[in-house]
Design a protein around this ligand. Structure first.
Ligand code: ATP
Ligand code: MG
Length: 648
């Protein structure tokens, strides 16, 4: 009803409300971290549903990580918009492909590979290239880039050249050969990779008008979160889903583009109005997520390279200072972080409100150990989840295929499931050997147990119901765990937030990572660091280690991205094996809108630059222009000489 629709709008600020009210037609939102982009689009969907404009099942919301999709489903449910599809590009495409493929092509969808590496190795062998593991990874990276950039093998040398890509160890023509061989190997083995999911869906929609019509009827309203990280292939698929229609809303933050090495480009966001004439543009500037201290740190990540990027405006009250701590080695760092978390928990912080974020998966282990030693529960992000394991995917695909066959489960569901899984190598008894084989059996056995549970709850349930039940579970598997510290890579943390964030391993060589060469790669690392900083709501603890191992040579330096964050004249407290640097800062706020002031000019004025109504429009514009000129000449004003008199 209207009352509840209106109450949805009350939870938004004026610009966010504008997003929510723009239910039809193309809309794009450009905004910084924590400004409520995701909040605005979830409320928009809920408002569309509550006001009767959207049928929930006709909305498709797409985002980038499955955790983010899970969170979005949670938020939508809480806002009364049950039944809306919120998925990753891959999950949405796989669902459509899984449904139409067997009907179009008469056989099941090829099995999805868990990793490209074994196939790339085989392809390289066929091309007489002998890659070590680093080269194998690089080749896989080039293959992925070419596929998401809509670049065919023949075209690779030219396109890679103009994109400034390529590998030192192998020439472009050879990479192109490996690329073509990789496709052959994949075809021979009847497998598909992640890019194929999107490629096949896009070409299925392009080639089959009836299928396209059906999919477009189903998804009348499209919303894309984190649009800055869309790659050309995803953009193509989105165009196919739209089929010339304009009912799409995209939101993103160019400063959080962290997949450009893999072919993503914020140009899709900035080009949006060109491809969708008449698109409504909305900007959000107020950061609601973080304390002013965290916001100031986030803004400082870009001081050196920023030209005209967004400056985040803090809204919340002052909180804890951001801490910057140097440790002798990674073990000491992990021990101290775990000890701090233990202390936080004793003071009442729930573990689910705490995250440890790092650049690479390999950094996770030290923290897992240190947390486990203190009996602190944790969840590792970015690693395989149950429903993503290859054997589980394969089994669910088999069960789905069988369920379509429509033979009723006369002998009972659990009899039947065992038989189907038997064809995938499942045995009644656990294998005596350990390792991978045992893990595989455990996964399949878990599926049998789920069938047993369902059969006891609903004795008449058949395979179709089981598959439905499994799909529902797979969706819910992403819901935040009951309680546990989150361990996550910076890539998998995007879009998410925690009360307390430990941003660890903040040393040169880790972030920026050693293999980031060239300005573009370094800037991408900087944005990644920015993503990390902006995940914290109340507390941010940044740390780095001088050596990898205890007793090792203390050769590492703190990351250059901290240069603008740590004051040079800060007092330093020394502790055992650590040096603590603190930043003290008094916070001045805008007289008219209470935003925390971020530059010296503003502090002198006592007003922020985002309050045009308080000044004469032209003066405001000239001040803004002056500031951007200063910034581009690298003469960023520390304390400049504006006074109220200059402005009025
Ligand atoms: P990111 O760039 O990290 O994806 P975002 O722009 O999507 O961030 P959200 O996650 O939607 O930001 O919001 C950040 C936090 O601020 C959330 O906790 C959200 O509930 C809160 N928030 C957003 N808008 C408002 C508002 N108008 N009033 C109060 N809180 C808000
Ligand atoms: Mg978001």
């Amino acid at each position: 009803d209207d009352r509840s629709a209106d109450s949805l709008l009350e939870a938004l600020d004026p610009e966010q409300r504008e997003v929510a009210l723009a239910l039809r037609g193309p809309v794009y939102v450009l905004a910084g971290a924590g400004t409520g982009k995701t909040r605005a689009i979830t409320h928009r969907i809920a408002y569309g549903v509550a006001s009767g404009v959207y049928k929930p099942t006709e909305v498709l919301a797409v985002t980038f990580t499955s955790r983010a999709a899970g969170e979005m489903r949670g938020r939508l449910r809480a806002l009364g918009a049950d039944g809306v599809q919120a998925r990753t590009f891959h999950a949405a495409a796989l669902r459509q492909l899984g449904y139409f493929w067997p009907r179009l092509y008469g056989h099941a969808l090829p099995e999805l590979i868990a990793s490209k590496l074994p196939l790339v190795a085989e392809a390289a062998r066929r091309c007489r290239v002998q890659p070590d593991s680093a080269l194998l990874r690089d080749l896989a990276g080039e293959i992925e880039w070419a596929k998401v950039s809509n670049v065919l093998p023949d075209d690779y040398p030219r396109r890679a050249g103009s994109a400034g890509r390529g590998l030192d160890a192998v020439d472009p023509a050879t990479i192109a050969h490996v690329m073509a061989a990789y496709e052959e190997v994949k075809r021979d083995r009847e497998r598909m990779d992640m890019e194929d999911i999107l490629l096949c869906t896009a070409s299925m929609l392009a080639d089959h008008q009836d299928v396209a019509a059906q999919v477009r009827r189903q998804y009348r309203w499209l919303v894309v979160d984190e649009y800055q990280d869309v790659n050309p292939l995803q953009a193509t698929l989105l165009d196919q889903w739209l089929g010339g229609r304009d009912d799409v809303c995209v939101v993103g933050d160019p400063q959080q583009t962290i997949y450009s090495f893999a072919g993503a480009s914020p140009s899709h966001l900035t080009d949006f109005p060109r491809r969708h004439p008449g698109a409504k543009r909305i900007e959000l500037v107020r950061n609601y997520r973080s304390t002013p201290q965290v916001v100031a740190a986030a803004n400082a990540v870009f001081t050196r390279s920023r030209r005209d990027g967004v400056v985040l405006r803090a809204q919340r009250d002052a909180g804890a200072e951001v801490s910057y701590t140097q440790f002798a080695d990674e073990v000491a760092e992990a021990e101290q972080v775990a000890a701090s978390i233990l202390a936080l928990r004793e003071r009442g912080t729930a573990l689910r409100d705490v995250a440890i974020l790092f650049r690479t998966n390999a950094q996770s282990e030290a923290y897992e150990e240190a947390l486990a030693a203190r009996n602190l529960a944790y969840v590792v992000r970015g690693v395989e989840r149950f429903f993503d394991r290859p054997e589980v995917r394969q089994a669910v695909t088999l069960l789905r295929g069988q369920a379509r066959g429509g033979v009723p489960a006369e002998d009972g569901l659990v009899a039947e499931v065992r038989a189907v899984l038997g064809s995938a190598g499942y045995t009644e008894r656990a294998p005596s050997s350990g390792g991978a084989q045992r893990d595989r059996w455990e996964s399949l056995h878990a599926l049998v147990s789920m069938a047993t549970d369902l059969a006891s709850e609903r004795p008449d349930a058949g395979l179709a119901e089981l598959v439905e039940d499994l799909e529902r579970r797979a969706q819910h598997a992403h819901a935040p765990l009951a309680d546990g510290v989150t361990l996550a890579t910076l890539h998998s943390a995007k879009g998410l937030e925690w009360s307390v964030v430990f941003l660890v391993g903040a040393q040169e060589g880790t972030i920026p990572i050693t293999y980031a060469h060239g300005d573009a790669a370094i800037e991408e690392e900087r944005r990644l660091f920015y993503v990390g900083v902006t995940r914290a709501r109340d507390r941010l603890e940044v740390s780095w280690a001088q050596a990898r191992n205890p007793g090792g040579r203390a050769s590492r330096r703190p990351t250059r991205f901290l240069d603008g964050l740590r004051p040079r004249d800060a007092a330093e407290e020394r502790g055992p094996g650590q040096r603590r640097v603190r930043r003290e800062r008094t916070l001045a706020r805008c007289r008219s809108c209470d935003t925390v002031l971020s530059t010296g000019a503003e502090r002198k004025l006592g007003r922020c630059l985002d309050c045009p109504s308080t000044y004469d429009e032209t003066l405001y514009e000239s001040l803004r222009q002056w500031r951007s000129e200063q910034a581009s000449e690298q003469r960023v004003p520390a304390y400049c000489v504006f006074t109220d008199a200059t402005l009025t």
